[in-house]
Design a protein around this ligand. Sequence first.
Ligand code: FAD
Length: 468
Amino acid sequence: TTYDIAGLKSRLGGIRTEENPALVKQKSRDFYWYSPTLKRQLDHVVGDIIVSPANEAEVIRTLAAAYELGIPVTPRGTGTGNYGQAMPLSGGIVLDLAGLNTVIAVQPGRFVAEAGAVIADIDKLARGQAQEVRMHPSTYATASVGGFIAGGSGGVGSITWGGLRDAGNVIRLKVVTMEAEPRVLELTGDDLHKVAHAYGTNGIITEVEMPLGPAYAWVDLIFGFDTFERAAGFANSLGEQDGIAKKNLTVIAAPAPHSYFLRHQDYLQPDSHVVIAMIADFAVDATLALARRASAELLFRSDVLADDDKKRLPPGFELTWNHTTLRALRIDPAITYLQTLYPFPDQVALAAKLHAHFGDEVIGHLEFVRFDGKVTCFGLPMVRFTTEERLDEIVRIHEDMGAPVFNPHRYTLEEGGMKQTDDVQLAFKKEADPKGLLNPGKMIAWEDPSYDYKSGKHFLFKSLAEAG
Ligand code: FAD
């Protein structure tokens, strides 16, 4: 399809645009290449033009012009998503929201920021008032807060506060609709579910209000264990210690930490399964006492490092969540990953059982979280990739053994999520994007209402089928 880009530009006078093919290509991709499947399917995907509004008024003008001309719009924060969420499958406009980066207010217990603000920048301002962002992805340093809400799920902080979509973790969103005269809506409470984790398929988030917590001085601790199951058991019990302020709690199977965490390598051993914990300084002694009782070996603590080492080493959370996979990929390009849930209350036993089942092919990686008041864990196991068929089989084995998989090798909301229509998000898309121009191809319920989730077939968006 060719779009009237000249007509678009004539309507966008004063708004920054970019058509240099190399730059358009760069801003048409995210971290989709974590997945060999998505790499094959999406590698050619490219938009026609980048539009970079500087404020909400320019977002509204851009959407009105795109609506009039029937040009698709795919929003982009900073493009750190992992499933091609921010890739324009039908071409058209890449709406670069990085220019909406004002932190509007930091108040006791909350902040208000434009959607393109980078989370680390918000946190820095909050810390000036002895507060901190309660929850962030491990891409803290680069991710936008709007991209986190539209495309992320949780991360550092989830061991205390739960997931991003749990009640109370977002206070308010301002959303612009894709209509002849775009409306600006304020969503709170249950209405947040309309656009949270909808990949920008049904509205453009321009402003975000989220809670802040008290700022702590965080210390990274790494403990070694002789078995994966004992490491997981210790992480689980540390997670249940409510008096210990903690922000992150990760388990990674040997020998991955030693092989992949190059800058920390001197502290690690090939045969150690590790727990990486982010603990408030006042709670370090209490944590060390618990670790001694569990016969854990203390491998690393960031609070006693020499200044040179402090500068040299990345923060501990940049060894966790999807940074674990990133570090593995840099050393072994054949690594990919899954996203699994080990349901409460059998999480430790189930994770250990799967670890034993796959041996070296699937490397155990657990991220502990508090869900509905209960400590449990997600998995981001690293997979030694052979074929797409084997990858699908590994997914099936996880599900058969009781660990649901949120498949990171699919670009649609449904296949990457609950494998069913989200009626709330679909209804909001009908209202807010009647022409279906926002991030086309990502919501199956919109593209093909008769799609059978139980068919076992991959959904293939028609624009991609034509191009491929
Ligand atoms: P983008 O990738 O630019 O966009 C994400 C999605 O949101 C896209 O669908 C896009 O179209 C849409 N979108 C962006 N901005 C808006 C807006 N203003 N309005 C409407 N829609 C919008 N994720 C986690 O949840 N937890 C983690 O711990 C985590 N760790 C990661 C580690 C690494 C190394 C990598 C590569 C990724 C990780 N991710 C994680 C995924 C990703 O970094 C985060 O979800 C991040 O918050 C996305 O922000 P972004 O600005 O890069 O969004």
